[in-house]
Design a binder for this molecule. Structure first.
Ligand code: DX5
Ligand code: ZN
Length: 226
């Protein structure tokens, strides 16, 4: 059964001087989830925000807080992200040697778990994790920054992940993140994605443009069932 396509705007591309207003506006503009790109300047060459900012934003919206942790190490911070109000936590196997344990910790804290693969990480990295996750995230850019170009060769990885999810018979979301626009969304969904993260493509033009930006991605991602 194909899942409905969800749009998860990444607030990394929002106006950091008015994050609360931006989240409220993108919620009303039709966002399904709010994608929170947490960066520590160690796992990725950029620093964004942490649990205290997420906690401050929690009351702004009821939408799912989908945290993408680009941090190393991970485990010690997981309780803080739970307390901050995150519903889902996605982590990178590249961030440490104990990703299986970290995924179990995320579940023990009552959150949905996800594993994210950098463009250079082979799909086999999820083969021993597929029964531990509620989501697989295929990075279509190298993590750390918004506004980058979509890396075309990740389409084949998306197809490979889709095959693995279907074989598992488990209820797992396939999320794609990086360079998702109305031009790339259709191919990403045709390859098997059902959650689309978009930062620049949603937040460009300011709040008056959010609804049309989200709709343009949604329209492009609406693939005729064949
Ligand atoms: C990159 C982040 C992405 C990024 C998406 O490390 O994980 O979520 O913010 O931004 P766009 O949609 O502009 O590529
Ligand atoms: Zn992300």
């Amino acid at each position: 059964m194909t899942k409905d396509i969800l749009i998860a705007p990444s607030i990394l591309a929002a106006d950091f001087a008015r994050l609360g207003e931006c989240i409220e506006a993108v919620d009303h503009a039709g966002a399904d989830w709010i994608h929170l790109d947490v960066m520590d300047g160690n796992f990725v060459p950029n620093i964004s925000f942490g649990p205290s900012v997420i906690h401050a934003l929690r009351g702004v919206t009821q939408k799912t807080f989908d945290a993408h942790l680009m941090i190393k190490p991970v485990d010690a911070f997981l309780p803080e992200f739970k307390k901050a109000g995150c519903d889902r936590i996605t982590i990178h196997p590249e961030a440490g040697p104990h990703v299986h344990r970290s995924l179990g910790l995320i579940h023990s804290l009552g959150m949905k778990s996800g594993v994210a693969l950098n463009p250079g990480t082979p799909v086999e990295a999820i083969d021993n994790l597929i029964d531990m996750v509620d989501l697989v995230l295929v990075m279509s850019v190298n993590p750390g920054f918004g506004g980058q170009s979509f890396i075309e060769n990740q389409l084949e990885k998306i197809r490979s992940v889709r095959r693995r999810i279907n074989l598992s018979g488990r209820d797992i979301r396939l999320q794609v993140d990086g360079g998702v626009t109305p031009e790339t969304a259709r191919r990403v969904v045709e390859a098997g994605a059902d959650v689309l993260v978009a930062g620049t493509a949603v937040f460009k033009g300011g709040a008056p443009a959010y609804a049309a930006n989200i709709q343009a991605i949604r329209d492009s991602a609406t693939v005729d069932p064949t």
